[in-house]
Write a protein that binds this ligand. Structure first.
Ligand code: NAD
Length: 279
């Protein structure tokens, strides 16, 4: 008997990443949580990184283990070099290696530019940009050490940077965040160029408006949601799973020839909807 669409999707994707080892940063909330679960469903063993909120992280681990794969939670601040180095080293010890690094952790510290403190600026750059660099660097070292294992994947490793539509859309009141994501775009492309000859694929996913705690104010009241929908040609706010599915696809050999790309998953937000009626 045919299962539901969801069951069928699960059946197909359970083969997709079998035997691969993935680490997702900021995986006890929102997009990171959905991504860690989707990677587990696709057959990968998963490290669930978090910086605060151990209970949530353990719940994610339990959900992933239900797929019959391995998972554990690891507390680390992605902007702290020693903690990132230790996190990847522990993973190599526990799982043998790493195949997929999802540099997802991110935050906002919003303020008008003239009111923004250096601490607000620095915190966002440290976590959103430096954190992604450190995670990518540590993963790449292990990919280079191990090289390609054909039975596992055609690539020596995959790095997926969580960017944002704000890598290209300026965002007043958020100069630290938009700058960090603009930086992520160039971080991703430069790493992709540098590491592609070693069969390491570096790509990014750029979400539009996704329903998570980071932007609760933008969708939690009907008025706010109506405002937001005006920016989205597809007229729906995204779900974390929309992003998780894109990450799974990018991490898999289905997209083995995709190198240095940003996949916008935004319901058309980057199509300049303000110009839809002529401009
Ligand atoms: P979220 O707040 O639900 O999740 C962010 C996660 O990052 C949390 O688990 C948080 O604890 C973690 N984190 C923050 N600082 C950290 C640190 N120093 N070390 C480790 N983890 C840390 O928000 P989200 O929407 O799921 O955001 C995930 C990523 O997606 C971010 O990079 C964000 O910029 C990006 N993004 C989100 C949207 C959206 O609409 N929600 C849109 C574009 C991009």
């Amino acid at each position: 008997m045919a299962g539901s669409a969801d069951e069928n999707r699960g059946t197909v994707s359970a083969q997709l990443l079998r035997g691969q080892k993935a680490l997702v940063t900021g995986a006890n909330s929102g997009i990171g949580m959905a991504t860690a679960i989707a990677l587990g469903r696709a057959g990968a063993d998963v490290v669930v990184n978090y910086v605060a909120g151990a209970d949530e992280a353990e719940k994610v681990v339990a959900q992933i283990k239900d797929f019959g794969v391995r998972a554990y939670a690891h507390e680390a601040d992605v902007s702290d070099e020693a903690q990132v180095v230790a996190m990847v080293a522990r993973m190599v010890e526990a799982f043998g290696t790493i195949d997929i690094m999802v540099a997802n952790a991110g935050l906002q510290r919003d303020a008008a530019a003239t009111e923004m403190t250096l601490a607000q600026w620095q915190k966002v750059i440290d976590v959103n940009l430096t954190g992604q660099f450190l995670c990518a660097r540590e993963a790449a070292k292990e990919f280079l050490r191990r090289g390609v294992v054909e039975e596992v994947s055609r690539a020596a490793g995959k790095i997926i940077c969580m960017s944002s539509v704000h890598q290209i859309i300026p965002w007043s009141g958020h100069v630290n965040y938009a700058s960090s994501k603009g930086g992520v775009a160039m971080l991703m492309q430069t790493l992709a160029q540098e590491l592609a000859p070693q069969r390491i694929r570096v790509n990014a996913v750029a979400p539009g408006a996704i329903r998570t705690p980071i932007n609760r104010d933008a969708w939690s009241s009907p008025e706010a949601e109506a405002d937001l929908l005006r920016l989205i040609p597809y007229r729906r706010v995204g779900d974390p799973e929309d992003i998780a599915n894109a990450v799974v696809a990018l991490a898999s050999d289905l997209l083995d020839y995709v190198v240095g790309a940003t996949l916008y998953v935004d319901g058309g937000m980057t199509l300049f909807p303000g110009f839809a009626t002529g401009g």
